[in-house]
Design a protein around this ligand. Structure first.
Ligand code: NAP
Length: 339
């Protein structure tokens, strides 16, 4: 796996340490090259050490599966090289989540180095968009996007909400969502006792949410998404506000969630407002909704752990799919750990 020293990469290693069918043969980090993985991951079962990125790339063999927990710009260059070497790829970054190359300039701020590969990537949100077991390149969803799509898709699919009005998505995330790189805006003194919106109208998960909702519902909804930074380490709460179609009541919304997720092992439908503490360190998504009878606006909520269901746990679900294993192998509800 690539990017083993980052927040998502470490979470992947923590989960894979206990996966009964997967053996990690390499974990890349330039910063930590030479350091034993066991020094960072409690219970790590082997004497594997972190290895420089280029050395891991040079040693890749056909039929291996590479997990990329790297920045989008890095994954966009790395994935084609891994595919050329015969490996399959699950990418945790946004490098292959969108289909239109121009969208990368607009939303990610870089020219995509391998636009022809975008059409070959499968977007893997297992509860709604399962990838083919033989897929070569899987785009693992973004953290906010996972929560927003899981909350909104059943409502759209069952046509309980109109596409004429934008779907308002309000997301709040802990600071591990921004990764481990040094950034003045993420210093403790800037974040603690503070709450702020960021990348307003420009967040890169906006087109991802719209695309996935269109794929699931065969409609073309518009999404107005705002992200907020919350002074906690991990967890995302997404609140979706949308008017319902005339005659739709709360029971119909709950039935839509039951129909979509009744058999999904990592979705917990709740009749209270979902909360991040209830899903921390687990691959669970809590979903709940309330219809405001006065305004006809449905308030739907989804809570996830950004590093597990929002990143590493979902990547393991996608990895299980590529290995034709049940979705939950290696993922107990408690899998994960503090950063
Ligand atoms: N954090 C989240 O909640 C979350 C959720 C969903 C998806 N994601 C996505 O997952 C990816 C990783 O995010 P993160 O938050 O874990 O980031 P992070 O904590 O900043 O870690 C980044 C990792 O990428 C490695 N890296 C940096 N430049 C590289 C290069 N040129 N070649 C190979 N590896 C390189 C770093 O290795 P060194 O040790 O060498 O620096 C480090 O291990 C991002 O694309 C992010 O958008 C993150």
């Amino acid at each position: 796996m690539f990017g083993g020293s980052g927040y998502s990469g470490l979470e992947l290693l923590r989960i894979l340490a206990w996966h009964p069918q997967v053996r990690v043969v390499a974990a890349s980090s330039d910063r930590w090259a030479g350091r034993p993985v066991a020094a960072s991951v409690a219970g790590w079962p082997t004497d594997l050490g972190f290895t420089a990125h280029d050395d891991v790339l040079a040693a890749v063999k056909p039929h291996q599966i590479a997990l990329l927990a790297t920045p989008a710009k890095t994954s966009a260059v790395l994935a084609p090289q891994l595919l050329d070497a015969g490996a399959r790829v699950v990418d945790l970054s946004g490098a292959f989540r969108l289909q239109n190359p121009d969208a990368y300039v607009q939303w990610y701020g870089f020219e995509h180095p391998c636009p022809t590969l975008l059409a070959d990537a499968h977007y893997g949100l297992p509860e709604l968009l399962e990838v083919p077991a033989q897929a070569r390149l899987v785009a693992n969803p973004g953290c906010y996007a996972t929560a927003a799509i899981l909350a909104a898709a059943p409502l759209l699919r069952e046509r309980l909400i109109p596409t004429s009005a934008p779907i308002i998505v309000d997301g709040k995330s802990g600071t591990t969502g921004a990764g481990r790189s040094v950034n003045e805006a993420l210093l403790h003194a800037e974040v603690t006792e503070n709450l702020r919106a960021y990348r307003v109208t420009k967040h890169q998960h906006t087109p991802e949410i719209e695309r996935a909702l269109a794929l699931v519902s065969k409609q073309a909804p518009k999404v107005s998404f705002t992200a907020h930074l919350v002074p906690m380490r991990r967890g995302i709460l997404v609140s979706v506000y949308v008017p319902v179609v005339d005659g739709v009541d709360e029971e119909a919304a709950r039935a839509a969630y039951g129909k979509a997720y009744g058999r999904a092992p990592f979705i917990r439908l709740v009749d209270r407002p979902p909360e991040t503490a209830a899903v921390r360190d687990s691959n669970l998504t809590e979903i709940g909704c309330t219809l405001d009878p006065r305004t006809g606006v449905l308030c739907a909520f989804a809570a996830i752990d950004n590093l597990v269901k929002g990143a590493a746990g979902q990547a393991v679900q996608n990895l299980n799919r590529l290995l034709s294993l049940p979705t939950g192998i290696g993922l107990s509800p408690g899998a994960g750990g503090a950063p």
